[in-house]
Design a protein around this ligand. Structure first.
Ligand SMILES: [Zn+2]
Length: 209
């Protein structure tokens, strides 16, 4: 028996090695596409539900974020992708600490940065990014502000349309830049991804604590 498409010897499933691989890849592509569609459908369904925070942590964080929080636009004015980040800022470190504890309790990842101000108290900022964290925020905290809620939903829906991909090349480049003492922020800027992505990468894979 020969491959019906090219007459080479059979490798598997009645096809030569090349044509078998092609068929296998197309099938896999179709599966990935269908899985993406299913995920999108589930997201749409989730985003149409009206969500109220159910825990005291969720309620507190909602209040805090309504007053002291901001969420980036899903798409910038020039049509590109914005930073996709929820930021909570305060000069009172006790409040920031409390917010972090509550985020931990709700299983939402974040990182904190301190911004030094001239002649003023330093501001601490909690950054939350990545679709999975946005979805958790939506389910467990949400916003009362319609504008912020709209931005959150759009950020969640548009997440997969990101232009950058976090691949091996970027990981190697990240390690290289870090050795040259660049900050997470600077590396993110250079590679076109968030500071949080860089930070998580180091935390999870390079120096887990
Ligand atoms: Zn063939």
């Amino acid at each position: 028996m020969k491959c019906p498409l090219c007459n080479r010897n059979i490798y598997a499933k009645g096809l030569c090695k090349k044509h078998y691989e092609i068929q296998r890849l197309t099938k896999r592509k179709k599966e990935i596409h269908l899985a993406k569609l299913a995920k999108l459908e589930k997201l749409q369904e989730l985003l149409t539900q009206k969500i109220e925070p159910k825990t005291k942590e969720g309620m507190w964080l909602q209040g805090f974020a309504d007053g002291e929080g901001s969420i980036s636009l899903p798409i910038t004015k020039t049509g590109g992708h914005a930073s996709r980040v929820i930021a909570l800022h305060n000069t009172d470190s006790a409040l920031i600490k409390k917010a972090c504890q509550y985020l931990d309790k709700l299983g939402i990842d974040y990182h904190v940065k301190t911004r030094i101000m001239i002649n003023k108290k330093p501001i601490q900022i909690i950054f939350i990014s990545h679709q999975e964290n946005f979805i958790k925020w939506y389910q467990k905290i949400s916003f009362t502000s319609p504008k912020k809620l709209y931005r959150l939903k759009e950020n969640i829906k548009n997440y997969n349309r990101a232009k950058f991909s976090w691949n091996n090349k970027k990981q190697l480049k990240t390690i290289e830049l870090r050795k040259q003492n660049y900050t997470y922020y600077k590396i993110g800027k250079m590679l076109g991804c968030s500071e949080h992505t860089i930070w998580t990468f180091f935390k999870k894979y390079i120096s887990p604590t």
